[in-house]
Design a protein around this ligand. Sequence first.
Ligand SMILES: [Zn+2]
Length: 289
Amino acid sequence: MRWQGRQGSKNVEDVRGGSGTSRAVGGIGVGVIVMAIIIQLLGGDGCAVIQQAATSQPQTQQAPQQTSEEEDALAQFVSVVLKDTEDVWNKLFPEQLGMYYQEPKLKLFTGQVSSACGHASAATGPFYCPGDHKLYIDLAFYKQLQTQFKAPGDFAMAYVVAHEAGHHVQNLLGYTNYLHKQRRRISEKEYNKLSVRLELMADYLAGVWAKHANEMKNILQEGDIEEAMRAAHAIGDDTIQKRGRGYVVPDSFTHGTSEQRMRAFQAGLENGSIKKELLDAFFDMSREL
Ligand SMILES: [Zn+2]
């Protein structure tokens, strides 16, 4: 992907090197974390301690912690990709939906982070929290894509960022809330099915993004689409489950099979449309995707 020398997003909150708090505005010291761990070991609520410390700490400037040059370059890359998603969705929302796009924030963290959706660790993988309109990424996931998922390349990571931004698009358009409301009304099996559809729609939206970002900025280089497809394949539920347990359990899929994910990304890439009927079709059970 062509990204070097291009402008990054203003919506990145970089708290890498800290433990869920901002480097820029100071935050929780190691002592508080240790105390919280001890309290948790003693059966108390360590998270409450951290939360309390976070709200009661004065906003003092702390010396930034060391991050490697390689990781800083990766942070810049993610920032450029986020900017590309902003430019595409800022254009397509008014053009195709007659709406304005509200840009999400992206929080870069190391190890663990607290969000409006609760505490998360790097093991969760990149995620979007609808409650605070933020994408959360631990850059260690890039290495994981290369080693664990055998999906190397910058565009594999760009696809992951675009997928999470796709979840934000879904949130703005009401699909996330639609799914949430079904939770108590339908069986777990049906709910998982719908949840897969939401994930596939995010892959579709990542494809839409790739098409328009390339038309606007000529970002794609040879092999990029293959990198994204490899990532979509690698992080499909069936592949992950096979890797993890040696067999697959379709009803517990929440992201879609590798084949479905690749197909959804490809469809977005070819189609480039976010017309409501098209997106609605993801929830239409009678349609094969
Ligand atoms: Zn997702």
